[in-house]
Ligand binder design. Structure first.
Ligand code: KG4
Ligand code: ZN
Length: 355
C-alpha cells in the first residue's frame, strides 16, 4: 500500500508518501514564510498563487524521495477544509486531476483531523481514549477523542487562536512571521516571570474555554507604558508573553483531563512545536500521572504526512470521496458521540490578520 497525500490549506505546500504501516517515505514541505513575512501575516491571494507554482514540483519531489511513480500508488488524500479557499482548491484540484487520470481512489481530509493524526505517525501512537489540544494559527481547540474519528467538543478559544496571538504580538514588536517562531527566538535567555501578563478565563462557568485577545491587549498596553529599551528587555517581554499563553493552555488541558477522567493528552498544530509549551505540558502530565503525547516538531506545523495518516484510517474503513467534494473554507469537525455533542465551533482559518 502506497499513499500520496497533499496539504495546501494555508501557506505551506506539502506532499507526502506513506506506506500502509504509516511509515513516512517522504514529507516535503514548501514554506511560503518569506513571501508573507513583509506583510506580517498570510496574504490569501499570494498564498494561492504560490501553491499553483509549487504544487507539481512538491509532488514530484515527494515521489522522487519516496522512490515511487504513479503506477506504484494505491490511493490519494488531500485536505479539503477548513482553510483559505484559494489555497485548498489548488491541492484538491491536483488530487482530483491525478485521480481522474489514474483512476486511483482518493479521500478528502479535515485539516484538524490531520493535526490530530500526526500522533499516529509516532512509533508508539497514544492509546484511546484521550484528550487532544489542537493549537495553531487558526484554532485553539480541546477535544475528547474516544477513537479515531470520534471527537467530542470540550472547549475552544472565544476569540483569537493562540498562534494568532503570537503572530499579532510578534508583528507589533516588529519581529516577523511566523510570530510563534520569532517570539520563541526573541525569548531566549528572558525571564518568564519578568512581566505579569494576565491568565484570562481562569475561573468561571465555561471552564474549558479560553481567550487570547485580552492578553494581546495587555501586551499592547505594556508596550505603550514601557517601550522595549534593550535586547534583554525584549527577551523578558517575549518570555513572559509566551509563559502566559502556555500557562493557559496547560491549565485548561489538565482541567479537561480531570473533568473527563482521561489518561492522557495529545498535542497538535503549529503552536505545539513551542519548546516552553512542550516542556510545561510534559511536566504537568508527569505531576498528575497522565501521558502527554508530543508529535515530532516537523509534524506539528502543517504537513502532508499527517493528512496521509488520517487518510489511511479512513481508507481502511472503506471510505472514499467523490468528485463532487468541494473545498470548504469553514468546516465543523464531525462530533462522534451523541450526548456529549455541543454545537461545534466554526473552524476558522486565518487570512491576513489585523492588529
Ligand atoms: O498548524 P500551523 O502550521 O497552521 C495552521 O493550521 O494555522 O500553525 C501555524 C501557527 C502560527 O500561528 C505560528 O506562529 C505558530 O503556529 N507556531 C508556533 C511555533 N511554530 C509555529 N508558535 C509557537 N512556537 C513555535 N515554535
Ligand atoms: Zn494547521
Amino acid at each position: 500500500m502506497k499513499l500520496l497525500a497533499i496539504e495546501s490549506s494555508c501557506d505551506d505546500t506539502s506532499a507526502a508518501v506513506l506506506d500502509g504501516e504509516r511509515h513516512i517515505l517522504s514529507n516535503i514541505i514548501h514554506s511560503q514564510d518569506s513571501i508573507h513575512r513583509p506583510y506580517g501575516g498570510v496574504v490569501p491571494e499570494l498564498a494561492s498563487r504560490e501553491h499553483i507554482a509549487r504544487i507539481i514540483p512538491t509532488i514530484d519531489e515527494a515521489m522522487r524521495v519516496a522512490m515511487v511513480s504513479f503506477s506504484d500508488l494505491d490511493a490519494l488524500a488531500v485536505t479539503y477544509g477548513p482553510g483559505l479557499i484559494g489555497s485548498l482548491l489548488v491541492g484538491l484540484q491536483a488530487v482530483k486531476g491525478i485521480a481522474a487520470v489514474t483512476g486511483l481512489p482518493w479521500i478528502g481530509i479535515h485539516h484538524i483531523e490531520g493535526h490530530l493524526s500526526a500522533s499516529l505517525l509516532a512509533k508508539e501512537p497514544p492509546p484511546y481514549p484521550h484528550a487532544a489540544l489542537i493549537v495553531s494559527g487558526g484554532h485553539t481547540l480541546l477535544l475528547r477523542v474516544d477513537d479515531f474519528g470520534q471527537y467530542s467538543f470540550l472547549g475552544s478559544t472565544r476569540d483569537d487562536a493562540a498562534g494568532e496571538a503570537f503572530d499579532k504580538v510578534s508583528k507589533i514588536l516588529g519581529l516577523g512571521f511566523p510570530g510563534g517562531v520569532a517570539l520563541e527566538r526573541a525569548a531566549k535567555g528572558g525571564d518568564p516571570k519578568a512581566i505579569a501578563f494576565p491568565r484570562p478565563m481562569r475561573s468561571g462557568k465555561s471552564q474549558l474555554d479560553m481567550s487570547f485577545s485580552g492578553l494581546k491587549t495587555a501586551a499592547c498596553n505594556e508596550l505603550s507604558a514601557r517601550p522595549i529599551k534593550s535586547p534583554a528587555h525584549l527577551a523578558d517581554f517575549a518570555a513572559s508573553f509566551i509563559e502566559a499563553v502556555v500557562d493557559t493552555l496547560v491549565e485548561k488541558s489538565m482541567k479537561a483531563l480531570k473533568r473527563e477522567k482521561l489518561p492522557g493528552l495529545v498535542l497538535g498544530g503549529g503552536v505545539s512545536a513551542n519548546s516552553r509549551l512542550r516542556e510545561k505540558m510534559a511536566m504537568a502530565g508527569a505531576e498528575r500521572n497522565v501521558f502527554v503525547h508530543l508529535p515530532e516538531r516537523i509534524l506539528c506545523t502543517d504537513n502532508a504526512a499527517m493528512v496521509g495518516a488520517a487518510a489511511l484510517c479512513r481508507l481502511e474503513r472503506g471510505e472514499r470521496s467523490s468528485f463532487e467534494l468541494t473545498a470548504e473554507a469553514s468546516l465543523p469537525i464531525a462530533f462522534g458521540k451523541s450526548g456529549l455533542n455541543k454545537t461545534p465551533p466554526r473552524c476558522r482559518r486565518r487570512g491576513l490578520r489585523e492588529n
